[in-house]
Design a protein around this ligand. Structure first.
Ligand code: HEC
Ligand code: HEC
Length: 505
């Protein structure tokens, strides 16, 4: 009897011990899973408490399907320095005019998201944050909302494509290099091993789809250069390609290069027909269309809607045009104000009669490339693509000219006209035939006398090779906005007064 009771007790202890062990095991595995889930979450964007940091480094959903592994992306300039521009710029992403802040591994405009590994995609700030040398800022002042005057997106993407084409772009080589920089743990190594071929495939497929602009022989489609991009044409070969059902896209509509616009004071722009051709009068649709351009899909936008709305509210209420930072002659500006009121106010002032309307091409006479790139067909496809989403596009329309836009902060928006074909305001006030036919884009040194960036040298002070914009190339034309009502016939002293006033806007 005794030994039976004892054995029952032992079995009991056994049973308890078994349950305790099991319980501990469950707890440990749950904690490990939670840790793993936290470290390698399937889909979680980094969130910043400071809205300015959210603007510069937050996610707009482009990183969900179009992000790149962050550690790899940050290391590429070190791994493939031979594909960086051949100049004296720093051997990192600053070589493409991207803006790096101290303590960050990637430039302004790059987000952070956990998707098993950490990814990074583009956000609004990559195209809408500029840099200009101002008094007290010899290295350049970073101005959120200003056009990204130095950023050469095309060169950046060409760099990524070249890296992806290189024979060394394989898991063994890249993981070895990353591990040597800072050890990867076992799980990261496994994930990177799976991810590298996947991302390589995506990059190469993208290059093939966009060969009109990124091919080895991009034909006579002029390069964009810093501060410019082709707004709508890449969609035709990428996100929207299947909706064209294999139709050949006429070459005439493929020269839509534009200068980045500013995105400050959006609250005052509601209801104005904007975008360069005035194709949309809804700020929200302009914002969502921008997020699609940055690489988010329609489903990603649904997923990130709340964040996007918060970001757009912040942009609308917080980004303001920067005050002119150089000395001003207020007496001269006062005299210029009268000229502005007489010639420019109606079309360009928030209180003007024609603000936010479209001046037909026949009247404005500027380059037609961007206007022709936005077609009726394209606007129908945009509707189809976004139908069924509660942010669906219903305001886009085909216009016959370019928009009369507000001129707030115009001093910081050089170069001028929709395609950036005129380097300074002084040049814009010259008759079209006397404007420079060639000039350099992407400098941050400022010319207060001419109101615009320096544009006469091939290398910037930071060693970056600048881009020679040739206005004779298709889409780059610098004519138009010319004649009596556009101020090009004013006497020199009147022009000086008008320029002085324009600095105050
Ligand atoms: C790849 C560069 C790029 C990115 C990224 C980008 N934009 Fe833009 N944005 C542009 C360009 C170029 C235009 C001018 C389009 C045109 O009319 O051809 C523009 C126009 C706009 C406009 C209209 C400005 C006006 O006054 O006409 C708004 C508003 C805007 N963007 C907001 C955003 C927001 C918000 C984001 C992020 C969700 C964003 N953009 C991301 C390049 C970009
Ligand atoms: C009839 C309307 C109209 C009048 C008058 C007019 N403009 Fe314009 N302006 C436009 C349009 C339209 C554009 C866009 C053209 C383009 O980019 O192709 C433009 C573009 C500009 C730009 C370039 C904006 C940028 O961000 O690049 C500046 C600067 C400008 N105008 C200044 C002036 C000044 C100064 C006057 C008066 C002397 C003036 N405009 C008179 C319609 C007008």
């Amino acid at each position: 009897m005794k030994w039976r009771a004892a054995s029952r007790r032992i079995r009991g202890i056994d049973r308890h011990g078994y349950w305790a062990a099991f319980f501990v095991l469950v707890l440990v595995s749950a904690a490990a899973l939670l840790w793993l889930f936290d470290r390698h979450a399937p889909n979680r964007a980094s969130v910043y408490d400071d809205p300015l940091l959210e603007f510069k480094y937050g996610s707009i959903g482009s990183d969900i399907d179009n992000g790149l592994p962050r550690r790899l992306l940050a290391a590429l300039p070190r791994l493939f320095p031979e594909y960086l521009p051949d100049d004296d710029s720093p051997r990192d992403y600053r070589a493409f005019g991207l803006l790096m802040e101290p303590g960050r591994d990637l430039p302004i405009g790059f987000s952070r998201r956990q998707r098993f590994i950490e990814l990074s995609g583009l956000n609004c700030a990559i195209c809408h944050t500029g840099r200009v040398i101002t008094p007290g800022h010899p290295q350049g002042q970073v101005i959120p909302g200003m056009p990204s005057n130095t950023v050469d997106l095309q060169a950046f993407f060409l760099f990524l494509f070249r890296c992806a084409e290189d024979w060394r772009f394989n898991p063994d080589y890249l993981i070895g290099k990353l591990d040597a920089e800072a050890p990867l743990d076992t799980i990261e190594t496994v994930l990177y091993r799976l991810a590298i071929p996947l991302f390589q495939g995506r990059l190469l497929a993208r290059k093939a789809r966009l060969k009109t602009y990124f091919g080895d022989h991009p034909g006579d489609h002029p390069r964009w250069g810093p501060g410019r991009v082709d707004t709508f044409d890449t969609f035709k070969f990428d996100q929207f390609a299947s909706l064209y059902h294999g139709a050949v896209i006429p070459d005439d509509e493929l020269y839509g290069t534009v200068d980045f616009p500013p995105i400050w004071a959006q609250d005052k722009r509601e209801g104005l027909s904007l975008h360069w051709d005035g194709n949309n009068d809804s700020v929200r649709e302009r914002n969502f269309s921008a997020a699609l351009a940055a690489g988010a899909s329609a489903a990603n936008l649904d997923a990130e809607k709340k964040r996007l709305f918060a970001l757009m509210d912040w942009i609308a209420s917080s980004l303001k045009p920067p005050a002119y930072p150089f000395p001003l002659d207020t007496g001269l500006a006062e005299r210029g104000k009268a000229l502005y009121a007489r010639y420019c106010f109606d079309c360009h002032d928030f209180a003007g009669r024609h603000i936010g309307q479209v001046t037909p091409l026949a009247g404005i006479g500027t380059d037609r490339g961007r206007l022709d790139s936005y077609t009726r067909r394209f606007s129908e496809i945009q509707r189809d693509f976004t139908r069924g989403h509660d942010w669906a596009f219903t305001h886009f329309r085909k216009t016959d000219g370019y928009a009369n836009m507000p001129l707030d902060g115009i001093w910081a928006r050089a170069p001028y006209l929709h395609n950036g074909s005129v380097p300074t305001l002084a040049a814009l006030l010259k008759p079209a035939a006397q404007r420079p036919s060639h000039f350099y884009l992407g400098d941050t040194a400022y010319l207060p006398g001419q109101v615009g960036f320096r544009h006469d040298r091939p290398l910037a002070a930071d060693g970056r090779r600048l881009f020679l914009l040739e206005t004779g190339k298709r889409g780059n034309g610098n004519r138009g906005h010319n004649g009596e009502r556009y101020g090009t016939g004013l006497a020199d002293d009147d022009k000086a007064a008008l320029l002085e006033y324009l600095k105050t806007l």
